[in-house]
Design a protein around this ligand. Structure first.
Ligand code: NAP
Length: 539
C-alpha cells in the first residue's frame, strides 16, 4: 500500500520540524519519515557526556515564532543536549507536528518517475510513499564514522560511540576508560568522563584548537533585555556577513561590521583583542581579528596566542606541546568550544597518548595495543566523527531522471545549485546541503532560510502552474565553481578536515560548505527568486 502526499520530508530534526510546520500551515499534505524514535535529529542521537551546543542558546533557536522565542527559557549560555532535545520536543508539541511524523522509519530509497513526475520513497520496512516533492532534511553530521582500526570489534569491555550514545545513563565510576577522537565531541566528553572515571586515557591523533566556552547559567535580567530586542538581533544574525551566530550584546550591532584586519593592528592591539575574546569565551574568538581565516600571518599570530594559552594551562610542557595543533591553520577545522578541556590533562588520573609518535597497532578484547605499550581498559569510547554533509544522502539510493543515481553523479564530489537542488533530480530539495553555508553557519539561521525559500518557491510554482523545478546544468556548474573559488580565497582548504571529506578514506576531496557568509548567501538566493528563479528550469 502506498500513501500519496504533496511533500515527503526525510528527517525530523530542526529542519524537518520547521518545514513540516510551514507545509501544514499552508494546507499541503506532508509526511515526515524519521529513523529515530523521537524528534531532534542530531540532538536525539548525540547524548554523550558533556554534549552541548557550541552556539549560544539565544541564537541557536527558532526565530519564526515570537511567542515561542519569548516563552522558551534557556537556562545556560550554551544549552546542554537534554535541554535542546526538550526544546525540539516542545516545538513538535506546540505546533502539532507529531501527527505527521512517522518514527522508527528508515528511508532506503527515493526515486523520481519521469512519466508520473512524482517521487517514490521507500522505507526499510517496505512502505511506499509517493509525493510531488521530496525534501532531504537529513542533517549534515548524521552518519557516524567508524574508524578502521584492527580489532575494534574484538573489544569485550563496554563500548560506546559518541554519536550513538545509549539512552540509559552510563556510569564510568571505578573504570579505566579510553577515548579515541579529539574533535568537538571528544573535547566535550573528556572533562566529564574524567570527572567520573578512575583512569582516563585519551588517544589523540591530531590535536584540535579549542577555546573556552565560559558556560554558565543565564542571567534572567540579561535574557529579558536581550529578548526585548529579539527581532533586531535575529535580523542581525540573518543578514550579517559572518556565520549567523551574531552578537549577543544587549544592543544589536550593525549588520555588516567592517572586520578589523590584522595588518591594521600592532602586535599589542592584536593580543588585546584576542585576550578579550578568550575571556568572553566561545567560537566568536575566531572573529576577533577579521581576516584570521584569510590571511596566513593573521592566522599564525592567533595560533601562537592559543599555543601560549595551552602552555599556561597545561602544567607538563610535553603534554602541552602534544595538545598544541601545528598541522592546520586555526579555524580551518571546526574550532572547538570547551569547558576545562586543557586543564583536564593536569589531573593525575588522565593520560594523553600521542598517536603520532605511538600509533595504535590494534585493539584487543581488553585494551589498546600501541607501538610502545598495552593499555588495559574496561571501557572504550570512540568519538571519531561523521561522514559529513553527503553521508546521509548517499546512504540512501536516490535516483533522478532516467534512473541516474545521485551517488554516480556525485562520484567526484557533491554538485548542487545553491546547496538546495541538484540537476537531474527535479523537485528534490536539500536543507543545508553541500554548496550552502550549512556547517559553517548557525544551523538554525540556515535551516529557516532554506525552508522559507523552498516555501516561497512552492507557492510561486503553484501560482505559475509549474509542476517541476530543477537546476540548469550550466547554473549548477557555475555555482560549484563559485563555491570552490570562495573556499580557495580562504585558508579553509588547508585544514584537511571533514569539510573537505578528508576524514573518510576514498571520499572525493571537495570543499563542501559555502564560505561567503549567511548574509551574502541569502542575498544571492533572494535575487535568484526575484529573477524568476534564475538558473532553474521548470516543467
Ligand atoms: P571530528 O571533528 O571529525 O573528530 C574526529 C576525531 O576522531 C578526530 O580527532 C580524529 O583524528 C579522530 N579519529 C578518527 N579516526 C581515527 C582513527 N582511526 N584513529 C585515531 N583517531 C581517529 O568529529 P566530532 O568530534 O564528532 O565533530 C564533528 C563535528 O560535529 C564538529 O566539527 C562540529 O561541527 C559538530 N559537533 C558540534 C558540537 C557542538 O555543537 N558543540 C559537538 C560535537 C560535534 P584526526 O583528526 O587525526 O582524523
Amino acid at each position: 500500500m502506498s500513501e500519496s502526499l504533496d511533500v515527503v520530508i526525510v528527517g525530523a530534526g530542526f529542519a524537518g520540524l520547521y518545514l513540516s510546520h510551514r507545509l501544514q500551515e499552508s494546507g499541503r499534505s506532508v509526511k515526515v519519515l524519521e529513523q529515530g524514535s523521537d524528534v531532534g535529529g542530531t540532538w536525539y542521537w548525540n547524548r554523550y557526556p558533556g554534549a552541548r551546543c557550541d552556539a549560544e542558546s539565544l541564537a541557536y533557536s527558532f526565530s519564526f515564532s515570537s511567542a515561542l522565542e519569548q516563552d522558551w527559557h534557556w537556562t545556560e549560555r550554551y544549552a546542554a543536549q537534554p535541554e535542546i532535545l526538550a526544546y525540539a520536543r516542545h516545538v513538535a508539541d506546540r505546533f502539532g507536528l507529531r501527527s505527521r511524523i512517522q518514527f522508527d522509519t528508515r528511508v532506503v530509497s527515493a526515486s523520481w518517475s519521469d512519466t508520473a513526475e512524482l517521487w517514490t520513497v521507500e522505507t526499510e520496512a517496505g512502505e511506499i510513499f509517493t509525493a510531488n516533492f521530496c525534501v532531504m532534511a537529513t542533517g549534515c553530521l548524521s552518519v557516524p564514522q567508524r574508524p578502521v582500526i584492527e580489532g575494534l570489534d574484538d573489544f569485550e569491555g563496554n563500548f560506546y560511540q559518541a554519536s550513538q550514545w545509549p539512552h540509559e545513563p552510563v556510569n564510568f565510576n571505578g573504570q579505566r576508560v579510553g577515548i579515541i577522537g579529539t574533535g568537538s565531541s571528544g573535547i566535550q566528553a573528556i572533562p566529564v568522563i574524567a570527572g567520573e572515571a578512575d583512569h582516563l586515557t585519551v588517544f589523540q591523533r591530531t590535536p584540535n584548537f579549542s577555546v573556552p566556552a565560559h558556560n554558565g547559567a543565564l542571567d534572567p535580567t540579561w535574557v529579558d533585555a536581550f529578548k526585548a530586542n529579539y527581532p533586531a538581533h535575529r535580523t542581525n544574525h540573518k543578514l550579517g556577513n559572518g556565520s549567523g551566530f551574531g552578537d549577543l550584546d544587549i544592543e544589536p550591532r550593525a549588520q555588516m561590521i567592517d572586520p578589523i584586519l590584522f595588518e591594521s593592528l600592532s602586535d599589542g592591539q592584536a593580543t588585546s583583542l584576542l585576550e578579550e575574546a578568550w575571556s568572553r569565551g566561545g567560537a566568536r574568538f575566531m572573529a576577533a581579528i577579521g581576516d584570521t581565516l584569510m590571511n596566513e600571518s593573521a592566522n599564525a599570530f592567533v595560533q601562537r596566542f592559543v599555543h601560549a594559552k595551552i602552555s599556561e594551562i597545561v602544567e607538563d610542557p610535553v603534554i602541552a606541546e602534544a595538545l598544541s595543533p601545528t598541522s592546520h591553520p586555526i579555524g580551518t577545522r571546526r574550532i572547538c568550544v570547551d569547558s576545562n578541556y586543557y586543564a583536564t590533562f593536569n589531573e593525575p588520573h588522565v593520560r594523553l597518548v600521542n598517536l603520532r609518535s605511538d600509533p595504535i597497532l590494534k585493539i584487543t578484547a581488553n585494551g589498546v595495543k600501541t607501538e610502545s605499550e598495552f593499555i588495559e581498559l574496561d571501557t572504550l569510547v570512540i568519538a571519531t566523527g561523521f561522514d559529513a554533509m553527503t553521508g546521509a544522502l548517499l546512504k540512501m539510493q536516490i535516483s533522478g531522471r532516467e534512473g541516474r543515481s545521485l551517488a554516480e553523479i556525485w562520484s567526484e564530489g557533491p554538485k548542487t545549485y545553491l546547496g538546495l537542488m541538484t540537476a537531474g533530480f527535479p523537485n528534490l530539495f536539500m536543507i543545508t546541503g553541500p554548496g550552502s553555508p550549512s556547517v559553517l553557519s548557525n544551523m538554525m539561521v540556515s535551516i529557516e532560510q532554506h525552508v522559507d525559500w523552498i516555501m516561497d518557491c512552492l507557492s510561486d510554482m503553484e501560482t505559475k502552474e509549474r509542476h517541476s523545478i530543477e537546476p540548469a546544468e550550466s547554473a549548477q556548474a557555475a555555482w560549484v565553481e563559485h563555491v570552490q573559488v570562495v573556499a580557495n580565497s580562504t585558508l579553509f582548504p588547508q585544514g584537511g578536515s571533514w569539510y573537505l571529506g578528508a576524514n573518510i578514506p576514498g571520499k572525493p576531496r571537495l570543499f563542501m560548505p559555502y564560505a561567503a557568509g549567511v548574509g551574502p548567501y541569502r542575498e544571492i538566493c533572494d535575487s535568484v527568486a526575484r529573477e524568476d528563479y534564475r538558473g532553474f528550469d521548470f516543467a
